[in-house]
Write a protein that binds this ligand. Sequence first.
Ligand SMILES: Cc1cc2nc3c(=O)[nH]c(=O)nc-3n(C[C@H](O)[C@H](O)[C@H](O)COP(=O)(O)O)c2cc1C
Length: 370
Amino acid sequence: MCFLVIFGVQRYVFFVYQQIINPLNLRCPYCGSLSHLTNIKYFCRLKMKIGNINLGERPLLLAPMDDVTDPSFRYVCKAFGADMMYTEFVSSDGLVHNSKKSFEKMRIYDSERPIGIQIYGNIPEAMLRAAQLAEQYHPDLIDINFGCPMKKIANRGAGSGMMRDPDKMVEITKMVVEGVKLPVTVKTRLGWDEDHKIIVELAERLQDAGISALTIHGRTGTQMYKGEADWTLIGEVKKNPRMKIPIIGNGDIATDEQALSAFEEYGVDGVMIGRASFGHPWIFREIKHYLETGEHMPQPTVAEKVELSKMHLAKSIEVKGEKVGILEMRRHLATYFKGLDNFKETRLKLVTLTDPNELYRTLDHIKEVW
Ligand SMILES: Cc1cc2nc3c(=O)[nH]c(=O)nc-3n(C[C@H](O)[C@H](O)[C@H](O)COP(=O)(O)O)c2cc1C
């Protein structure tokens, strides 16, 4: 009862604050929240929404990763609490030219929701068509990749290469936003290179083009994955009083403390995790636990990792069939057991065996020996 009264009073104070004291919608200079100025920590934790998709407080998103975040890996990350996921990027040219592989990547499942299909390309009409085709697969949103630094993509002006032509980037974004009914989001970087970190202004332009959320990886295109992610400009975007859409920060988040600092220091609405989830999908559960309790979770035991890898393997076979499912699991299987002593021989088995029963037996053997 007492809690309800306090809760009600807090809501009322916030309402009065927003409507009467803060009609200009001034935002906290540190975290960009509308409510921080009331100095009530609770209010700082507004629930994040992309369009009508409710992602809750301080959501953790699984980054799209080509050849990694396929349905079986997404299944595992979802089980550990990933709040939002994306498909691997899908080539708009591939879709327009009817590539089976591109369409295959758009296969999503209801249990994965909320999930976005990510597309990339540099031809406006192809991007529009791709977005409309993606929409027919019923994702919760369409995400546009303006961040990929791979030479074969960026040098053609797609992915992060689009940052060299922000006018075209905005034009494509607008076409896609207007051409589909679903919310459209963008994932990009700080700029093309060190001398052109345009993200603060670009973020405003993308927002004006109608996107519903923006993910920023704190590196430039030419930086690829080198050096450390720079979160200061992500924080600048978030603090910009003109920005209203949710900002998702991305880059090098691998520990509980880094995730907390992304929310508290840089004020982002959501944190996206990529490489640190590879071989470590329980990172979502760990960080959530830390954000809620301030305590670190113990690492899973070898036996738990074995059960997890068996679940992952089974899903991979279910989704892709025995042959491809096992082949694609190879890159994951060994990473679950990194750091085990005298593991070389077993590791070799995990990445060469083709018979599922032998693979399951090898996994059980790990449980017995280590
Ligand atoms: C193997 C790999 C594949 C990736 N594929 C994609 C992709 O398909 N789409 C995308 O937007 N970013 C892709 N990225 C970038 C990640 O989504 C993320 O932005 C980047 O890894 C930085 O985040 P992290 O430090 O948490 O890994 C990829 C990264 C890696 C390592």
